[in-house]
Design a protein. Sequence first.
Length: 52
Amino acid sequence: MEQQDKIAIEVIKNIAIDSSRVLAERQRAIDALTLFREAALPAFKEIEKKLT
């Protein structure tokens, strides 16, 4: 995975877990993570931990 992809995943993950953002914006961030497929799995796991 390229460094740019890692940075993008990290930024999008941070948007998804930011409780000060609008729910729709956070959902769009989660949807955007799906574009990275398997590379985004660690980010999804972290989002799950933070939101549960």
